[in-house]
Design a protein around this ligand. Structure first.
Ligand code: NAD
Length: 402
């Protein structure tokens, strides 16, 4: 009988037949979701026979929700994700129109999904713009709830901007010009600490070698600089036995002792170079919201772009796995889009559930499908001698290759 995922004594409990809500998404969402669901069900069946299976439960958001309920993001959808703890979603179109907040951003905020986790690893054969994409294997932990990114800003000349400018110029010694738009950047100790904790725990549980704090603290000392300091403090105070700081490496002959994770930091602009020039030196990356937004897309591009980049938004247990690309409306209903991003997000979900065997089967199946050059159009057009297949056919190829 299907059961809910739950948390007991601070631990996630996954039943053998968990109920997992899904949002199929807009545009290409239904096509790539169908393909993903088939692949996941086949992998779970192959890995565990009748012992385990997922009971999928549809929840509505986006155009389908609006059509059925008149709301883009019904409260029941948010409540269901909170209640069932683990969920997966296809891309959602952001409706165009004044004052509309992105459904994705709303979900992250309402559910306090404070970590945006994006693993970036090359699948052999996927066309890449760099010479050695195989050297990239990083997981970006982007803080999801704060920073300049949250949208506290005022239009130049508006009453609000005038009020803020008046206060800042008159009372705080600033010199903001009259025609300036104003935005607020804030980064708190608590939010910095919890994202670092999550990144370190992930690094420890997954046998990763280093955690790099990426910041622009040389310029923004009290936001990004403090982020760096708070992250280091978590590492040294809470994970003392498990980590070694980069400066201490000399005392160990230049490399970390067995089983210890190196904690280091890099300034954001340098990090973009480093990921291109020395990708093998980086592993887990932890960074504030805006840096993380740029860095995760840039890293994904190195291994072949967003079509194959998975992601998840994770809070304390509640986790929403999602394709990182948008709804690509021009391919809607054509059975043509690449389901790779959503399929790999489902792999992350299975790993999060501890169903590693099923996760590995999918990764293997996908890698084999790519190595056989039987791929969707976005990849086929960049690969010599490739056979282009539809979204649904690609799912079948992956299943046969498991
Ligand atoms: P997009 O990601 O939908 O498309 C960008 C490009 O990538 C297009 O050229 C498209 O053809 C290609 N592409 C995207 N997904 C693909 C796939 N699965 N297979 C092959 N090619 C693919 O970005 P956009 O056009 O800027 O946005 C469209 C809509 O999606 C907007 O409403 C936007 O707000 C929304 N969006 C949603 C999410 C999300 O749900 N997480 C993320 C980004 C954008």
């Amino acid at each position: 009988m299907a059961e809910k995922v739950c948390v007991k004594d601070g631990k996630l409990i996954i039943p053998d037949n968990p109920i997992i809500p899904f949002i199929e998404g807009d545009g290409t969402g239904p096509d790539i979701w169908r393909a993903t669901r088939r692949v996941v069900d086949a992998a779970v069946k192959k890995a565990y026979g009748d012992r385990r299976s997922i009971e999928w439960k549809e929840i509505l958001a986006g155009e389908k929700a609006f059509h059925h309920t008149g709301e883009w993001l019904p409260k029941e959808t948010v409540d269901a994700i909170r209640e069932y703890i683990i969920a997966i979603k296809g891309p959602l179109t952001t409706p165009v129109g004044g004052g509309f907040r992105s459904i994705n951003v709303t979900l992250r905020q309402e559910l306090d999904l404070y970590a945006c986790v994006r693993p970036v690893k090359w699948i052999p054969g996927v066309p890449s713009p760099v010479v050695h994409p195989e050297l990239v294997d990083v997981v970006v932990f982007r803080e999801n709830t704060e920073d300049i990114y949250v949208g506290i800003e005022w239009l130049a000349g508006s009453q609000e901007a005038e009020k803020a400018r008046g206060f800042l110029n008159d009372s705080m010694g600033c010199d903001i010009p009259e025609d300036a738009g104003i935005g607020i950047k804030y980064i708190s100790k608590a939010a910095s600490e919890r994202i670092m904790r999550k990144a370190l725990k992930y690094a420890i549980e997954n046998g990763r070698k280093s955690v790099t704090i990426v910041h622009k603290g040389n310029i923004m000392k009290y936001t990004e600089g403090s982020f760096k300091n708070w992250c280091y403090a978590v590492a040294t105070e809470e994970f003392k036995e498990k980590i070694v700081n980069e400066e201490e490496l000399q005392t160990y002959g230049g490399s970390a002792p067995e089983g210890k994770i190196v904690v280091k930091d890099r300034i954001a602009d340098n990090m973009f170079q480093q990921l291109l020039l020395r990708p093998s030196e980086y592993d887990v990356i932890v960074t504030p919201n805006l840096n993380g937004d740029y860095l995760s897309d840039a890293a994904a591009a190195q291994v072949g772009g967003l079509g194959m980049a998975p992601g998840a938004n994770i809070g304390d247990f509640v986790a929403l796995f999602e394709a990182t690309h948008g709804s690509a409306p021009k391919y809607a209903g054509q059975d043509r889009a690449n389901p790779g991003s959503l399929i790999l997000s489902a792999v992350m979900m299975l790993e999060y559930m501890g169903w590693k065997e099923a996760a590995s089967l999918i990764t293997e199946g996908l890698a084999k499908a790519v190595s056989k050059k039987t791929v969707t159009h976005d990849l086929a057009r960049q690969m010599e001698g490739a056979k282009e297949v539809k979204t649904s056919e690609f799912a079948e190829v992956i299943i046969t290759c498991m």
